[in-house]
Design a protein around this ligand. Structure first.
Ligand code: C5P
Length: 406
């Protein structure tokens, strides 16, 4: 998805070994559809050459405030006026200290100071040794920079170029990209706690076999990501899938429907929105065996007795908080035909204000989907699109219903 199309990003590099990651970041920004203008401090050019950054951004790099390529000779003004955001990655301890004091003795700091503060966000991706990161001066500078309107991203944790281990590494390029994309999304669910279930469940037959289904978890993961981008605190309870956890989302892994219910139940007590996308198995084997069921060569077939799983969504929807409107519940219906009719009936049966229908065989495992939203006022179709795109639209629909009810 071209999440940054029509965005112009000024990518600033200050001096630090993490400059090597800025090359990958630049490429990722361009791939996401952004136009990228690189500005480097003199120290940054000691770590990576402007030639590399020019080739990756397809624009010549600015390094000096005395550069006379701009006809008015005011690169710091022109560059900062064009930008949708200034992203400094890496932001060194020294560069942040400089910004804090409003110093402007090179192009990068001059441009940051000259940016129209209300229109052009300044986003900093710090990178430094763990002692430098923990130093009270750095921590003090960071809080002041935040108070002055900058957005300071997290740092990574782990092995550092100096051989020490701890906090202070620059985030990986794909993490910075995800944070930047999230930055541009409207904060429709700011301060809300959102609980999402996703994926299939796996019901054991014996220690090596089980019953599951073809749900990939992609729609639920996209919804968790979209809710997080919209400013919510998101917990994702997930059956066995192999998908990366969306950035900033708390993930709880479970296997069976009973485990999913046990995880969801306490979390729903402290959530504002519950979105059930999981394809929970309707039945489980009544008595899974401790030992593998063996084929004895006689041709005798095993006999499995089933019992019904609890309906997690219907249970949560009947809770006091859901009935009082404190918890807004959203269900999903995967149907193969007569979507409107089946999904409307399912909304009633589950007792939820909003039910989202989709055609199961057409969506399982795919990156695209189409949704049909059904609430007390009728239905609304969200046409065929990428699941993340649909998830963002669904989040907007939910946020609107939340604000209408208050
Ligand atoms: O009844 P059906 O499985 O079609 O309902 C689908 C909706 O109910 C989804 O939102 C799904 O996550 C939820 N569900 C559940 N627990 C179950 C079965 C379904 O939460 N045992």
């Amino acid at each position: 998805m071209n999440d940054l199309s029509n965005k112009h990003i000024v990518l600033g590099l200050s001096g630090g070994i993490a400059c090597y990651k800025a090359a990958e970041l630049c490429r990722a920004l361009v791939k996401a559809g952004a136009s990228v203008q690189v500005v480097m401090s003199e120290a940054a050019t000691q770590f990576i050459t402007p030639v590399t950054m020019q080739a990756l951004s397809n624009r010549s790099v600015f390094t000096s405030q005395w550069d006379d390529r701009e006809s008015n000779n005011m690169a710091h003004i022109n560059l900062s006026r064009e930008a949708d955001a200034i992203l400094v990655a890496p932001a060194s301890a020294d560069f942040m200290a400089k910004l804090l004091h409003g110093r402007a003795d090179d192009l990068l700091s001059l441009m940051c100071l000259a940016r129209p503060i209300a229109q052009v966000p300044l986003i900093l991706a710090p990178a430094m040794n763990r002692e430098m990161w923990q130093h009270p001066a750095t921590q003090r500078n960071m809080s002041q920079l935040k108070a002055d309107g900058a957005f300071v991203l997290d740092v990574g944790q782990g092995e550092q170029a100096c051989g020490e281990t701890g906090d202070g590494r620059m985030l990986e390029p794909e993490e910075i990209l995800a944070d930047l994309i999230a930055h541009f999304q409207p904060k429709r669910l700011a301060g809300k706690r959102v609980l999402v279930t996703a994926g299939p469940t796996f019901e054991m037959i014996d220690p090596v076999r089980g019953i599951t289904n073809l749900s990939s978890g992609k729609m639920g993961f996209a919804i968790a990501r979209a809710a997080q981008e919209a400013g919510a605190q998101v917990t994702l309870v997930v059956g066995p899938v192999s998908l990366p956890t969306p950035r900033g989302v708390q993930r709880v892994d479970v296997k069976t429907a009973l485990q999913m219910q046990a995880a969801v139940s306490p979390l729903s007590d402290s959530s504002d929105v519950f979105i059930a996308t999981a394809a929970v198995a309707d039945w489980r084997v009544e008595s899974p065996t401790d030992q593998k069921i063996k084929k004895d060569g006689s041709g005798a077939l095993p006999v499995l007795a089933f019992t019904e799983n609890p309906d997690i969504l219907a249970g949560v929807a009947q809770s006091k908080r859901a009935r009082s409107g404190a918890l807004y519940c959203v269900g999903f219906a995967a149907e193969s035909h007569d979507l409107l009719e089946h999904a409307t009936a399912k909304r009633q049966r589950k007792g939820v204000p909003l039910l989202v229908g989709n055609i199961g065989p057409a969506t399982f495992g795919q990156d695209d989907n189409a949704l049909l939203l059904i609430d007390e006022n009728g239905s609304k179709a969200l046409p065929h699109a990428h699941k993340l795109d649909l998830a963002r639209q669904l989040v907007a629909e939910i946020a609107q219903r939340l604000s209408n009810s208050h």
